[in-house]
Design a protein. Structure first.
Length: 156
């Protein structure tokens, strides 16, 4: 904590050290939360897909989003839109599960648009994911929040 009580590092950037639940929502300091994904991990694309799928299957799309974000920030320029789109799909599911259905639907559609031009790199089922995102976006907009684990997509 800084002198003014804000959770910042020595350069003033937010640390987000509060514990979080499985959907990434902050909990009270001292509460038991879900372990955070380490930031800045460089993985192979296959490791990224495997780890993200594990987290999605466990009902932790917020954490899967962080894995995709690492790939987006560390990967080659021509793949950044792919990883950013996958991160948007994961965070769209996060918002849909948290109850922010309008925002979740928008992010799901934005993520689908972001990956649509790719041709199944690393075995990623682009057609299946874009279809899943469109169907889920329509459903959450009409019916409300969803269970993140039950709605987890299959990446490959």
């Amino acid at each position: 904590m800084t002198q003014n009580g804000r959770d910042r590092d020595s350069e003033g950037r937010a640390r987000s050290a509060r514990p979080r639940d499985g959907l990434g929502r902050p909990l009270a300091y001292g509460a038991v939360g879900v372990e955070r994904q380490p930031e800045g991990v460089v993985r192979t694309p296959e490791e990224t897909v495997r780890e993200a799928q594990r987290l999605l299957d466990a009902g932790k799309p917020f954490h899967a989003h962080e894995v995709f974000e690492d790939a987006w920030k560390s990967g080659p320029e021509d793949e950044r839109a792919l990883w950013r789109g996958l991160a948007q799909l994961a965070v769209g599911l996060t918002h849909a599960a948290r109850g922010n259905t309008a925002g979740g639907a928008r992010l799901l559609l934005r993520g689908a648009d972001g990956i649509a031009s790719y041709r199944s790199p690393y075995g990623i089922d682009i057609a299946g994911l874009t279809s899943w995102a469109g169907e889920l976006a329509a459903r959450v907009a009409a019916d409300g929040p969803v269970d993140a684990s039950a709605e987890a997509p299959h990446l490959t």
